[in-house]
Ligand binder design. Structure first.
Ligand code: NDP
Length: 315
């Protein structure tokens, strides 16, 4: 590697992270950083940091994948440990928590600020924060709300949840905001993962519903491309209902502002199941939710909203 970033590593590399190579006249100094993991997401992040003028050291398990960013100005480290040694700020974009463990096994994290963008559970994030602290590093966890083509494209709406020390987050806010907008969600290092997985879980529910809808039209003279815009508009129109759900949960009043009550909706369930049967579609994606609605009606009241299923899910 060229060691341009290493020249700026001091005894306190975390603080050094906010001071960088001499900028071109008139430009703002950009924090150098290390990025471990150049898969689809890591490469998109690295490209955005390079485009924003950040000196970047990269490492990837399969070395051949470093070529694209090297051609765009990144310094390629020969090992993960060497990459970690290069800069005070170290960002991880590896596959999973196990790959973090394996990758950093031999690295000296003393004085490093580790930002872990690997998708994981809140518990894994909390354990990783303790693991980093025990190795002399400060730690932020992140959850990326974007797909790679949205990274480095401000109008695409990408953002990343961060959690951990507010002070540490503020120190690196400008650097972290280069590839995508940032949202700090709390001192608890598990909160970025909690928000990330909560939103992604809701997304999978939406995809499940859409899969059922496309299956229903299967053999009919209705094309997927004619259904798609109707589906997208309908899902967008229904999405704001989550605000009402939140208000009902916080008020502890499941009848607050109800417009489509549970009794009516449970009465409608056979229509959905019979339609699936007529269209020769398995109800396996919808049935669990209908079952929860039915169970809630048994213990709740017909005048409630659907919010009562939330309590049934909590074990
Ligand atoms: P890819 O599958 O494209 O890349 C995975 C990366 O992890 C590669 O750099 C791979 O190295 C590396 N890796 C896998 N196993 C190991 C290991 N045991 N040791 C060291 N490195 C390893 O995934 P993405 O880049 O898409 O995803 C990276 C992270 O970003 C994941 O946690 C993912 O959940 C998250 N994310 C991804 C999104 C997406 O849409 N792509 C969206 C939001 C979050 P190698 O090249 O050698 O295989």
């Amino acid at each position: 590697m060229t060691h341009k970033a290493v020249e700026h590593t001091t005894e306190n590399p975390a603080e050094a992270a906010d001071h960088t190579a001499a900028p071109a006249a008139g430009s703002t100094p950009k924090t150098p950083l290390t990025l471990l993991g150049l898969g689809a997401m890591g490469t998109a992040l690295g490209r955005a940091w390079l485009a924003a003028g950040h000196p970047l050291t990269v490492w990837n398990c399969t070395a051949a994948r470093t070529g694209a960013l090297a051609a765009e100005g990144a310094t390629v480290a020969a090992s993960a440990a060497e990459a970690v040694a290069a800069n005070g700020l170290v960002v991880l974009c590896l596959l999973d928590d196990d790959s973090v463990e394996q990758t950093l096994a031999d690295a000296d994290l003393t004085g490093r600020d580790v930002v872990n963008l690997v998708t994981g559970t809140p518990g894994q994030a909390r354990d990783r924060a303790a693991w980093a602290a025990a190795r002399g590093a400060r730690y932020l966890d992140g959850g990326i709300m974007a797909v790679p083509p949205m990274i480095g494209v401000p109008e695409a709406g990408a953002y990343v949840f961060y959690s951990g020390s507010a002070e540490l987050f503020e120190q690196h806010r400008a650097t972290l905001a280069a590839p995508a907008a940032v949202r700090w969600v709390g001192e608890d290092p598990g909160y970025a993962a909690l928000h990330d997985v909560a939103l992604l879980s809701a997304m999978y529910g939406m995809f499940a519903g859409a899969a059922h809808a496309f299956a229903l039209i299967g053999e009919e003279d209705v094309t997927p491309s004619s259904l798609a815009p109707l589906l997208a508009d309908w899902l967008a129109a229904m999405a704001p209902a989550v605000h009402q759900t939140a208000a009902q949960l916080e008020a502890g009043d499941y009848t607050l502002g109800v417009v489509s009550n549970l009794g009516m909706q449970v009465a409608g369930v056979p229509t959905f199941l019979r339609t699936a049967e007529e269209q020769q579609v398995s109800p396996e994606l919808l049935s669990p939710y209908f079952e929860l609605m039915r169970r809630r009606l048994e213990v709740g009241s017909a005048g409630e909203d659907l919010v009562g299923v939330v309590g049934l899910l909590r074990q």
